[in-house]
Ligand binder design. Sequence first.
Ligand code: AMP
Ligand code: MG
Length: 398
Amino acid sequence: MVSFQEAQDIVLAQVRSFGTEEVMLDEAFGRVLAEQIRADRDYPPFPRATMDGYALRYADLVQGARLFRVVETLFAGSQAVSRIGSGECYKIMTGAAVPEDADLVIRREDVREGEKEMEVGMKDPEPWRPYLNIARQGEDLRAGDLVIEMPCRCDPAVMGLLATLGKSTVAVARRPQIGLITTGNEVVKPGDPVSPVQIRNSNHWMLMAALRREGLRLTSYKHTEDDPGKMMKLMEGFLHLDVLIVTGGVSAGDADHVPRILSELGVRRLFHKIAMRPGKPTWCGISPEGGMVFALPGNPFSCLVNFALLIAPYIHACWGLEHSKPMALPLREARRKRTPLDEFFPVRIEGSPAMLTQMPLNGSGDIRLGMQANALAMHPAGSGDLGAGAEVAFYSFV
Ligand code: AMP
Ligand code: MG
């Protein structure tokens, strides 16, 4: 038996690359960048008006000029054709390029506008200064600057940035090939007839959704009865995959054949049993081809916790991402310690100031799965009951 921390460390020590591939920008959302991204030009690429108003020469204002002739109107995307001299200005819109011969923009609200001229209002103290309301060329980034360091998940901001930088394709980390085998004579598919002593397959759908949230899909899926021969045949066909998840059949019951079968198939055991709840019977190993095998207890909440704390961190680490460290917040209501193990329980981070609210869950067999939780909180081995307001470490799902 290993501790939760040991189990996670062992899993994370097995990282390997799944390779990289080039994808269209449309496909990049949620993927992990596998290239460094540099600025293709200065940003802003030209001096940009940040307000609707009038562009003119600061020196004119210093010399006391207040009345200006409007020589041209500049829209975003248009290029000035005229030049301005002393006592002249451009009418300019937000986002338009400020021509070289102007060095500040006065907001529309701060002038009196006429047909062909405008008058700058008197202000005390005068607020004018060079480059007022102009974002200067290169003030955000210089051409060649490193903008996005890999590895980095393509979130909406990164997607927008990649588009700005003109990337129509990007190199991303490949997704692992993932297989899932659910086990159990009692487990039937939703929609199929169910006897009073059978239950429906929750793990398949729950894990599929957990994978989707990571931008992943199952390469192969099968359900099997607790028949050692059938199980062995099936598992053998899944061992070439990068990640194999098996649910059920790892505990100490007479029908729990999974650890023995995996060993017989040459899967090298990394650990069996973790001093945590849920997820105590978890078995983990490496296939002869180098794939990771996670054999999880069948209880859906155990599977969810194992996915969040071992499988997702493993895949993140293979992509080169830093795995998310726990944070801490106060617990809204007290919690009793139930076992000498590290206990994980579903919480929702909410409120201001933020606190952790416990989600209803009556043990790891509860079908509600800590629904609407957005984090897993940890009640550490060796600690007593937690009082209301106690600081608790948690792993966020989001
Ligand atoms: P096991 O680890 O096979 O002993 O299963 C533990 C508990 O999880 C049992 O009550 C099983 O009926 C239940 N279980 C196993 N597999 C699934 C599944 N795919 N979906 C929902 N419950 C399951
Ligand atoms: Mg079973």
